[in-house]
Design a protein around this ligand. Sequence first.
Ligand SMILES: [Fe+2]
Length: 210
Amino acid sequence: MPSVTAYRRPTAGTQPDYLFPRYASTVKRAPTQPLVMLPQTQTELTGPVFGYGEVKRGDHDLTQQHAGDPIGERIIVSGRVLDENGRPVPNTLVEIWQANSAGRYPHRVDQHDAPTDPNFTGAGRALTDKRGHYRFVTIRPGEYPWRNHYNAWRPAHIHFSLFGQAFVQRLVSTLDWETTIPEMALGYRFDIVLRGPEETPMETKKGALR
Ligand SMILES: [Fe+2]
């Protein structure tokens, strides 16, 4: 077995509390027991490798998945996946899901009174290239109400999932003119750092709709 380097642990006192009652979602999601520090073994320090056969051509373009064009403003979201030392992570699976332009998910649990779009499913997949780059073409998601407190709304956002090493559930992206296609779509850049002090905020839980 080749030896692998362990990840740096966060410096004590530098991370926000898991439980923050004024943000109601944390009450259900925060651990109720003290955390158990697990040793980092080969399983934690390595991940699966995907072949290109796993992701179909066009899976990255959410505007071309149905017979017609989805309603809304086209946008391009691209960026890189980086490790804790700023090195690109190639050939890793990036998945996204999002509401349509009216702020509605095509899911039975979502009963928000906003229209669904028959030409928009809101799910996409991509593999990073050898420089760690990924790129999605999609529709700007709409805001939707979320009952954290009275009259709470979630800002427009896209959920990210990175298979194998970590899951991500927050997008703070930068308008990027180099990615923008004139007369077609605005471009946004979102670099994802998997580990370390510059780590992108993450949740390990997956499966919740929102
Ligand atoms: Fe959401």
